[in-house]
Design a protein around this ligand. Structure first.
Ligand code: NAP
Length: 317
């Protein structure tokens, strides 16, 4: 078999962070190779989480809004225009113990002087079959992104942690009523967040309940609830459902290789995209559990590209 070509930089992941890193490194003549993921119905597909959204209204530069998939197609075309190359595959193994770094797609090996990790995160879902059909059509995992579409409506938020309470509180700016559905009889969220929710007249809490079906054909028109104590079922008519039961970063590939926090997010040095391994950089949601926005991911993708370019210069003069 031929020896693999030594790349200057391999970018793993192709959401807003990875594709922005691709645009910048391509324009810096580094001819990045982007391992963009495989088409699938989850967020670790080419384009990332925005492929699962409909209208994006908060990405600057699009005063009329833009569809999530169209935005990502534009990002990709822009990176390609400057010479980024794409592999529509998933990286299956990495070895960062020596340079050049090694990345495999099944049995095929790729090598590179530097790596940008931008594999993103995914929202945990309930696991109901209709979630794939209704996401972006009344079902959402991001209140900041989609709250605006629910002005004057009754919506449900599922979860009992800080995210659920924060999202529910935020959503009362738009909705007339927000029902928090939680599977137990007490919240996991911090006391201060709970107090905020309890004192908000637009929020009601439905305790000891799980969502066992999201109702509606082309858009959400309700949820089926099952009581976790007595097993009884009921229907709650809502036009929106926000799932806020946590996120998981896509970092399995880097376990034992890159430093992670206790929840699996990659740790980067403050104010930079450097990981614990020199020459490996991380950007976007894979290292950010605070902001999780396309624009912040894109911003950190730009940082990763600049960090990579500068680091490569120190290596090759
Ligand atoms: P989390 O703390 O893990 O809470 C997840 C919630 O979802 C829990 O209440 C859990 O129920 C529920 N849940 C999990 N799986 C479920 C399922 N299949 N069906 C129904 N309910 C389910 O996640 P998070 O709220 O996203 O917070 C993640 C971290 O970020 C936390 O450390 C949090 O403090 C932090 N955070 C902080 C802020 C802030 O300070 N402003 C805002 C957001 C997040 P159980 O309680 O029964 O397990």
């Amino acid at each position: 078999m031929n020896a693999p070509q030594n790349e200057r930089v391999i970018i793993i992941g192709s959401g807003p962070a990875g594709l922005t890193a691709a645009i910048y490194t391509a324009r810096a003549n580094l001819s990045p190779l982007v391992i963009e993921g495989e088409p699938s119905s989850t967020s670790d597909q080419p384009g990332g989480q925005l492929m699962l959204t409909t209208e994006v209204e908060n990405f600057p530069g699009f005063p009329e809004g833009i569809m999530g998939p169209e935005l990502m197609t534009n990002f990709r075309a822009q990176a390609e225009r400057f010479g980024a190359r794409f592999l529509t595959e998933k990286a299956t193994r990495v070895d960062f113990s020596a340079r050049p770094f090694r990345v495999w797609v099944r049995d095929t090996e790729y090598i590179a002087d530097s790596i940008i990790v931008s594999t993103g995160a995914r929202s945990l879902m309930l696991g109901l079959p209709e979630e794939q059909r209704l996401i972006g059509h009344g079902l959402s995992t991001c209140a900041t992104c989609d709250g605006f579409f629910f002005r004057g409506q009754h919506i449900a938020v599922v979860g009992g942690g800080d995210s659920a309470i924060e999202e529910a509180t935020f959503l009362t700016k738009f909705a007339d009523k927000v029902s928090i559905i939680h599977r137990r009889d007490e919240f996991r969220a911090s006391k201060i967040m709970q107090d905020r929710a309890f004192s908000n007249p637009k929020i009601e809490v439905i305790w000891n309940s799980t969502v066992t079906a999201v109702l509606g054909e082309s858009k959400v028109d309700g949820v089926e609830l099952t009581n976790t104590v007595d097993g009884s079922t009921s229907t709650l008519p809502v036009t929106g459902v926000f799932i806020a039961i946590g996120h998981r970063p896509n970092t399995d590939l880097f376990a034992g290789i890159l430093d992670m926090d206790e929840t699996g997010y990659l740790v980067t040095e403050a104010g930079s995209t450097r990981t614990n391994i020199e020459g490996v950089f991380a950007c976007g949601d894979v290292q950010d559990h605070t902001y999780r926005q396309a624009i912040t991911a894109a911003g950190s993708g730009c940082m990763a590209a600049i960090d990579t370019e500068r680091w490569l210069e120190t290596q090759h003069g």
